[in-house]
Design a protein around this ligand. Structure first.
Ligand SMILES: [Ca+2]
Length: 199
């Protein structure tokens, strides 16, 4: 309110209606993605991304393992995805991941969803997570195929919000929101949402 008044009386009502002048730089608009971000429809819409495309294209017998994917090392990675109805962050369900393999190169589990984005736009992915388990738990969230940049997710035992900001490139039309689990622990995820920041 104070900020709107500072911009001048003529725009006062217009600012409130977001239709006058330039909106403040951190206006967040919901995008509606990822679909089923609260897992109320189970795993529906999850399991899409470049790794998952590769599984469907080159390893069809393993497609039944999706939406979750474990790294295809010679020694199997012990990591599994479950639907969790006990104490979700909101609604009736969340997802739980049990990862037993000690952290080491090329042993990970991953859950992703691809969705459309605008080019040259600023987005914030927001997720609620919690973790239990032995020391050594480690996981992160990324929005790019190279996994860099990424944000390390908290190891808090209570539901904690993480916000990850990223900027799309020119002519970019799609992005993937990807969780990567690398160390032993029990991990919960709920209420994944994507917001566009407008100027
Ligand atoms: Ca939920």
């Amino acid at each position: 309110m104070r900020q709107a008044i500072r911009w001048g009386g003529a725009c006062f009502l217009g600012v409130l209606l977001s239709s006058c002048g330039t909106p403040p730089p951190s206006t967040r608009l919901p995008t509606g993605y990822p679909l089923n971000g609260g897992f109320e429809r189970g795993f529906d819409s999850w399991g899409t991304g470049y790794i998952e495309d590769s599984v469907r294209k080159y390893h069809p017998p393993e497609e039944s393992l999706l939406p979750y994917w474990m790294s295809p090392s010679s020694k199997a990675t012990d990591s599994r995805l479950y639907l969790e109805s006990k104490s979700p962050h909101s609604g009736a369900q969340a997802v739980r991941i049990e990862h037993r393999t000690p952290e080491q190169p090329q042993h990970y589990g991953t859950l992703a969803q691809r969705f459309p984005v605008k080019e040259n736009a600023v987005y914030e992915a927001e997720v609620w997570t919690r973790v239990e388990g032995p020391p050594g738990a480690t996981w992160f969230l990324t929005m790019v195929r190279e996994w860099e940049p990424h944000v390390n997710l908290p190891l808090a035992g209570v539901w904690t919000k993480t916000v990850f900001r990223f900027v799309t490139e020119k002519k970019q039309t799609e992005a993937e929101l990807r969780f990567v689990i690398q160390g032993p622990g029990t991990y919960w995820i709920d209420d994944v949402s994507l917001w566009e920041l407008t100027r």
